[in-house]
Design a protein around this ligand. Structure first.
Ligand code: GUN
Length: 296
């Protein structure tokens, strides 16, 4: 199949951000305060710094109030918990995220547990994860929500299709597998979740009508693993050194150049799932501001 269609995440994310920005204009016209999103970052991890910078920039672009709490790599777990308590009780903060991963001396789950569910716009707190499992209103984690929105806006037919997910992380693979199996529009898939211990992964991928790849290995999915006409969603982002002027290129978990001709639709890297993640976080921030889920 040579007529593959690129699912343009950059363009769809920009559309979503315009929709949010239009809502912010309405608030300003009505003399109301705008949503306030806070990102907490611990240490100097390059990828995390770059994600948080993008979150701050794009929050401002849609008209939100945005703050970043930058804490030293050496911050204690107790001090980080105190910061979370402070944000939990600040009525001017609608939602916040603690950028992961955290330094090894901090218990990540303990930190996530401390985030008040009504402000947990990442949807990582066990209360929100449980709500998602049950199909109750919640903050759907940003990357899975971004993937679902991409499939929806690219008019991908999902009902009754076999969706194969590669990777079982708490942030992407596990939640997206649950969302795609739901009895609702733009879902209703039969889902297979593959991981590092899966046997015959190639055979399973070859059965996928929709293949969502979040396995964290550059170019893991090759053309011989993809069924003719499949829809492929690539969640990976890897910086690979090369001889270009920049000295590197960004690639995904899918060998795009060889896989694309097998697909009916495929997301590029960069410009596919990546931009959707931040757009979805902004969407969740607006839900927090409007108290759509938690009324307190
Ligand atoms: N690290 C990688 N992805 C994410 C995310 O979606 N949220 C947070 N808080 N940290 C991350």
């Amino acid at each position: 199949m040579n007529n593959y269609e690129i699912i343009d995440g950059k363009q769809i994310a920009s559309q979503i951000k315009q929709e949010i920005a239009a809502e912010v204009v309405k608030l300003l016209d009505a003399g109301q305060r705008v949503p306030h999103l806070v990102a907490v970052i611990v240490g100097e991890d390059g990828a995390s710094l770059s994600y948080v910078a993008s979150k701050e920039k794009q929050s401002k672009e849609v008209g939100f109030f945005s703050s970043v709490y930058r804490l030293s790599e050496a911050v204690s777990e107790k001090e980080l918990l105190q910061t979370i308590d402070f944000l939990n009780s600040d009525p001017e903060v609608d939602g916040f995220i603690v950028q992961l991963p955290l330094p090894k001396h901090i218990d990540e789950q303990k930190i996530i547990n401390a985030i008040k569910p009504s402000k947990d716009i990442d949807g990582f707190n066990p209360s929100n994860v449980g709500r998602m499992m049950l199909g109750l209103p919640t903050y759907v984690p940003a990357t899975p929500l971004g993937i679902k929105t991409l499939l929806e806006r690219a008019n991908v037919d999902t009902k009754g299709k076999h969706c194969v997910v590669l990777g079982r992380s708490n942030i992407v693979g596990t939640p997206v597998s649950i969302l795609m199996s739901r009895n609702e529009d733009h879902a209703n898939c039969t889902v297979t979740l593959c991981h590092s211990k899966t046997e015959n992964i190639k055979d399973i991928c070859l059965q996928a009508d929709i293949l969502i790849v979040a396995i964290g290995k550059p170019a893991f999915v090759t053309a011989d693993m993809v069924k003719e006409g499949a829809v492929v969603v690539d969640v990976g982002i890897h910086r690979i050194s090369d001889s270009s002027e920049k000295g590197y290129k960004i690639v995904g978990d899918v060998d795009f150049e060889h896989v694309k001709d097998k697909c009916s639709k495929i997301t590029p890297v960069p410009g596919g799932v990546g931009p959707m993640t931040i757009a979805s976080l902004l969407f969740n921030t607006f839900k927090a501001y409007r108290k759509d889920i938690y009324k307190d």
